[in-house]
Design a protein around this ligand. Structure first.
Ligand code: NBP
Length: 404
């Protein structure tokens, strides 16, 4: 086996002019966003608590076109490598890791410098940190980053909120790094305080709803319509050419064509996947906020319930046995006679209508929070910057690892 290419030196010699921006936290998201920014022509300093990720970032920067990435193994050298006013983007695990990273970097930051947390942070943590940073004269942004690994590398949707001057300092960089659409770059200054994180949280909640709706559409086609996997692949492929066109519908079509590599008889992989899922938390926060603000978000709430129920696998298997004993055999629905063509069209229309309802629920929640907090959020601008990922190709979490 070939040995991996040696890493370039961790701290490349000084770059002229010094980078305006640095990024701390080089796991999936940070590494890809740093390479994206460098590729757009902005030199960037990078740092990670564990030095191995600095090395792997430098190897990628070299291999992906000698990109202007400068590696640092210590927080001081990292911060001092930046031109003032400095901007340090954090992409570490949300919660205590963000506080730990801020503590490590802050002693070297000066008034007028800025911290930009790009994680999926609870908006109140951002509001606390804005105040703590302000006490030292440091600007702060909480910036939702959507698009997963692929988006971070090639064009995410960015939802910065907090101190507008921190945004203006790097606006040109963010506009180049973000996904591009015919309606502009998928970034806008969302609003003050924790607005950026709140909007990203609801955006993730909407995606929970989208996934549940697609799963239910599949279930009806399969159980009621009796469609085979290859017929369902064709249906989703066709839907992806119309108003339902989206990354999620596209990958749904694809999964039905994948054979299980461990099944010699060529069975489909989709039928071997355990119907049990978990979550990371943004959907739960969304539903909690909806309840707090007395906003109806039934699609997002149902998607959360679907996930909770999916976790009760043993109970569901036991219940199926009881129902069978009582004369309700599995597959009962498959005995219903339906016109497949009519069913497919009705499910398509239902899916489209439900998606519109789901997005409306999310927007309504954002509007209610905006009123409560006095954020004055521009909902049309939010729809614009989500255009590449959620809808059609609304710019966001391409479901590849956000762990929604
Ligand atoms: P993770 O959320 O897996 O976090 C790993 C990073 O956090 C590593 O750089 C790690 O450093 C650092 N870290 C931890 Br853990 N504890 C630390 C501490 N006490 N001090 C300093 N650094 C610490 O990374 P990710 O998946 O790239 O996500 C980053 C953020 O972006 C998260 O908030 C996530 O929710 C959000 N997000 C992720 C995605 C996605 O697709 N993954 C999409 C959109 C948003 P180490 O290397 O030294 O352990």
């Amino acid at each position: 086996m070939a040995s991996p290419a040696p890493a370039p030196p961790a701290a490349a010699a000084t770059h002229s002019p010094p980078p305006r921006i640095g990024l701390a936290g080089l796991a999936t998201m940070g590494q890809n966003l740093a390479l994206n920014i460098a590729e757009k022509g902005f030199p960037i300093s990078v740092y990670n608590r564990t030095a191995a990720k600095v090395d792997s970032t430098l190897v990628r920067a070299r291999d992906e076109g000698a990109l202007p990435v400068l590696g640092h193994r210590d927080p001081r050298g990292f911060v001092l490598s930046l031109a003032r006013p400095r901007t340090v983007v954090l992409l570490v695990q949300a919660g205590p890791a963000v506080d730990a990273t801020i503590d490590a970097l802050t002693p070297y930051l000066e008034p007028g410098d800025a911290i930009v947390d790009g994680g999926n942070e609870w908006y109140q943590n951002t509001e606390r940190r804005i105040e703590e940073a302000a006490a030292r004269g440091i600007l702060y942004l909480g910036m939702g980053v959507s698009g997963g690994e692929e988006g971070a590398r090639n064009g995410p949707s960015l939802m910065p909120g907090g101190h507008v001057d921190a945004y203006n300092n790097i606006r040109d960089i963010l506009e180049k790094a973000a996904a591009q659409t015919e309606d502009g770059a998928c970034v806008t200054f969302v609003g003050p305080g924790g607005a950026g994180n709140f909007v990203k949280m609801v955006h993730n909640g909407i995606e929970y709803g989208d996934m549940q709706l697609i799963a239910e559409a599949y279930d009806v086609l399969r159980r009621v319509g009796g469609l085979s996997n290859s017929e369902i692949a064709d249906v989703f492929d066709e839907w992806n050419k119309g108003e339902l066109e989206s990354f999620l519908v596209e990958i749904t079509a694809d999964i039905f064509t994948v054979a299980d590599p461990l099944d010699g008889s060529g069975g489909a992989l989709v039928d071997k996947i355990l119907d049990k899922t978990g979550m990371k938390g943004t959907g739960k926060w969304t539903v909690q906020q909806a309840a707090e603000l007395a906003v109806a978000a039934p699609t997002i709430a149902a998607s959360l319930d679907g996930r909770y129920l999916s976790g009760l696998k043993d109970e569901r298997v036991a219940a199926a046995g009881v129902l069978e004993e009582e004369g309700m055999p599995a597959g009962l629905l498959e005995k219903i006679n339906v016109d497949k063509k009519v069913l497919v069209d009705r499910v398509r229309q239902a899916l489209y209508a439900s998606k519109i309802c789901s997005y409306a629920q999310g927007m309504n929640l954002i509007r209610a929070k905006s009123v409560e907090k006095g954020w004055n959020l521009n909902l049309a601008e939010l729809a614009r910057i989500w255009k590449e990922s959620l809808q059609g190709r609304w710019c966001s979490d391409r479901m590849r690892g956000d762990g929604l």
